[in-house]
Design a binder for this molecule. Structure first.
Ligand code: SAH
Length: 332
């Protein structure tokens, strides 16, 4: 079985049946670390909407919203933005029925879809994807003496094992030779990005992608399994652990007509949006929680924690303004 199909089947089962998020789950994401993260993302959207001319009707679309925490906090933080809540239609793209239930409890007014293409077309939209693309299937192509081979999952002595298979029909191979041994790509991520790009190009809007990954060409093997906050074997218990790979930001939206901003590091993006001032205000209002609040902000922004490895990239249609949070240089 090609690796991408293995990853797709495993994660479909994983998100449909397991309890991925939080201290009791397998991993913790930014919206669960600090409310500041989602508040700033919400305000990023509202600021952009306002400067785009405050369209009277627009869609706020989240891809893979997990427990719905980001959207709930983002909507709460934007309540004081005049006209924003009257204009917004909230859409969630989520395949897991179990997670849709959690999202409905947090954001009852949302509409749910299985894929971005199922979201009604025709309105401007702001699309958010936090830790979404890393969960999508990847291919691994490996250069060998026999030419390009594709990583696959096989069976040996009744145990799953990683093998290489020739790049056959239906499998895509990088056409140009690379010195690098393993070359990852995520055709499904690229096709979702292409679909977002054509929607934004015709209706106007922006997409904000936040994830761990690299700003340059894919290098090496980044596929990993996580269970109970620790690395696990990607083959040991299929569908019960979280499988992810680093996101290749250079490949997402490549060749699209949208204007690209970033990737910036998550640390610099959040600082430019004012996370330090927001944290200080929360600390003044809740002095007993100050230490926890400051530790959470440090976790999101410090280079040795999530601040550097997590990147933020925005793509924006030509008729929309420059979004907040990005510096003059491309990569900061
Ligand atoms: N954004 C959330 C959750 C990240 S986990 C957070 O930051 O906490 C990945 C999310 O993407 C889950 O909600 C999962 O069910 C969803 N997902 C995974 N593959 C998907 C697919 N192909 N289509 C739609 N949603 C998917």
């Amino acid at each position: 079985m090609p690796l991408a199909e293995y990853m797709a089947r495993c994660n479909q089962h994983y998100y449909a049946t397991q309890n991925p998020f939080g201290i009791d789950g397998d991993f913790i994401t930014a919206p669960d670390i600090s409310q500041c993260f989602s508040e700033l993302v919400g305000l990023w959207c509202a600021d952009l909407w306002l400067r785009a001319g405050a369209p009277q009707s627009f869609q706020l679309i989240e891809l893979g919203p997990g427990r719905g925490t980001l959207m709930a906090d983002a909507l709460r933080a934007t309540k004081m933005m005049s006209g924003f809540h009257d204009a917004v239609q909230v859409h969630m793209v989520e395949t897991s029925l179990k997670l849709r239930d959690a999202q409905a409890a947090a954001v009852p007014q949302a509409h749910w879809h299985n894929a971005i293409d199922a979201v009604p077309d025709g309105l401007p939209s702001i699309i958010i994807a936090n830790e979404f693309f890393d969960a999508l299937p990847i291919e691994q192509n490996v250069i060998t003496e026999a030419g390009w081979m594709q990583r696959a999952v096989g069976l040996e002595d009744e145990k799953l094992t990683l093998t290489l298979s020739p790049c056959g029909k239906g499998m895509s191979c990088p056409s140009r030779y690379s010195e690098r041994e393993t070359y990852e790509s995520s055709p499904i991520s690229q096709s979702i990005a292409a679909s977002i790009a054509s929607r934004l190009a015709s209706n106007g809007g922006a997409c904000l992608v936040i994830d761990y990954g690299y700003a340059e060409l894919a290098v090496g093997d980044t596929l990993q399994a996580v269970s109970r906050h620790a690395y696990a074997d990607i083959l040991a218990e299929p569908g019960t652990v979280d499988l992810t790979a680093h996101v290749d930001f250079s490949a997402l939206f490549a060749g699209s007509p949208l204007t690209r901003y970033g990737p910036a590091t998550q640390g610099s993006f959040l600082r430019r949006l004012g996370i330090d001032a927001r944290t200080a205000a929360l600390c003044r209002a809740n002095p007993d929680k100050a230490e926890t609040l400051m530790a959470a902000t440090a976790r999101l922004t410090n280079p040795d924690q999530m601040g550097q490895m997590f990147k933020v990239m925005a793509v924006v249609s030509h008729d929309w303004p420059q979004p907040g949070g990005f510096g003059k240089t491309d990569y900061e």
